[in-house]
Design a protein around this ligand. Structure first.
Ligand code: ATP
Ligand code: MG
Length: 260
């Protein structure tokens, strides 16, 4: 058995002066899965992503990368290369004046020659429908444009897996649909944090929920556009055969649920 890409063991994390957000949390990502992560506002999803990549350091417990505990800041360099994190807020991701500089930064940092880094940045922007944005001033972009440029910055590094925090936030319907297509074409392992169930059904296979400081298995996304058995989910609607279809905690076709 090879070790998982990353693992959290008994992780507890509290912001200064507050009750723990993550409490004795265990979670393991083999590095092949396509996982959706749900949970109420403030439940700790973003904090979890930050702990995995060493941007927040737990007060107790361990973060392991391919079986090795990550202790010092520099231990997190390799996992940050392997797992591309899309921040919930684009302002945390983009810090250069121009779009091209922002997207080329990652490849440059990985050691690519400047010409190659720029070529890769242009190619990634084009793939996301952002050709022509190269010279745009990052801080003047719209919210959705910033989100897409942030995603381009992540993808340009060609990570082995993606950790996307609210990728559809601020995207219009057409752009969201394009993102679904792009993610499905990429066929790359991923963890996607989202409140958008239909998006998760289209882009992931298994749902986990963060509640009470821990990660709980929630169910599999079906191959048709409908998720079964969200034990931890809020009532929500799916466009199902064109007809809005509402269900919640207690709907009764409870397929595949594994309370593990
Ligand atoms: N820098 C911080 N200092 C203090 N408290 C914080 C900080 N960042 C987050 N929190 C608190 O920690 C809790 C978890 O926040 P987190 O951002 O991880 O939630 P989330 O599940 O990502 O929520 P959302 O769905 O709204 O993005 C919240 O109560 C939040 O207010
Ligand atoms: Mg969040």
């Amino acid at each position: 058995m090879t070790a998982p890409l990353f693992e959290l063991r008994k992780v507890t994390y509290a912001y200064p002066g507050r009750q723990p957000v993550l409490r004795d949390l265990d979670f393991s990502f083999a590095g092949t899965e396509q996982i959706g992560l749900i949970g109420p506002n403030g439940s700790g999803k973003t904090t979890l992503a930050r702990v995995v990549l060493g941007l927040a350091r737990p007060g107790a417990g361990q973060v392991l990368h391919h079986g090795a505990p990550l202790v010092r800041d520099r231990d997190f360099t390799a996992i940050r290369r392997e797992v591309g994190l899309l921040f919930q807020s684009a302002d945390d991701q983009l810090f250069y004046p121009s779009v091209l500089e922002d997207v080329a930064f990652g490849p440059l940092n990985l050691g690519l020659a400047p010409g190659e880094a720029v070529a890769r940045a242009r190619q990634t922007l084009e793939r996301l429908g952002l050709a022509g944005f190269e010279r745009r001033i990052t801080y003047k972009l719209s919210g959705g444009e910033k989100k897409l440029v942030s995603l381009a910055a992540v993808l340009a590094m060609r990570p082995r897996a993606l950790f996307l925090d609210e990728p559809t936030n601020a995207l219009d319907t057409a752009t969201r649909a394009r993102l679904v297509t792009i993610l499905n074409e990429l066929d790359i392992p991923r963890i996607i944090i989202s409140h958008d169930f239909d998006f998760l059904a289209q882009t992931t296979r298994t749902i986990y929920a963060l509640a009470d400081g821990r990660v709980h298995f929630d169910g599999h996304t079906a191959t048709h556009e409908h998720i079964h058995a969200h034990v931890h989910a809020h009532v929500h609607t799916h466009a199902h055969g064109g007809v809005p279809h509402e269900h919640g905690h207690d709907h009764d076709h409870d397929h595949d649920h594994d309370p593990a």
